[in-house]
Design a protein around this ligand. Sequence first.
Ligand code: FES
Length: 215
Amino acid sequence: MPGFDRTGPNGEGRMTGRKMGRCTNFGGNLKKTDEEAKEKPDEMSPENFQGRGFGRGRGGRGYGQGRQNRFREAHNSLAYEIMSDVENLLKISGYSERAIEYYLTHLHVGNIKNPDAHAIYTGPCGDTMEIFLKISGVITDARFQAIGCAGSFASGSALCEIIKGKTPEECKKLDENNLLDHLGALPEQKVHCARLTVLTLKMALDQYNNNRRTT
Ligand code: FES
């Protein structure tokens, strides 16, 4: 029976038994010779795949490259179909090309360690926007995270694009129309997502100004 023990020279584990030759190299040259390979073809090769499901083989080694590639192709093609459906739905709903691109690529989604300004705000719709800024005279970096709709993600990306290189004072003058102009279009019922984003930015800038006053 194949198994696993801890009797290696340094106490490390090693595979034992019939399947030993199939495991990842635990301290030995486990490669088959060309002759061995001819006599006993790789049972995990794509040609011998009998549909056992995905995962790792019993010998501890990943399944054959052919199967991994097929899995990746199937996954990519499914992901592509889903993305196309989402894109079409957003188009029909009234999102501009740019808004869709921002949403699908999650442009500027992330966070900043030790931000100079930060705010998190949940709007009346229940969606939450969080903004992180690095400021050195002007906004040098801007990131956001959202728990919300496509409109909130498109708006967050647009905001980060717009404010980089602007002073906090200039940013304070922005409103949702600047975001909508930049995006091109959002569905009518999603205009409040742009408003929520701008409001969160203003809260972050207020916090930044307050901190500067007290330090
Ligand atoms: Fe509330 Fe989009 S629906 S932010």
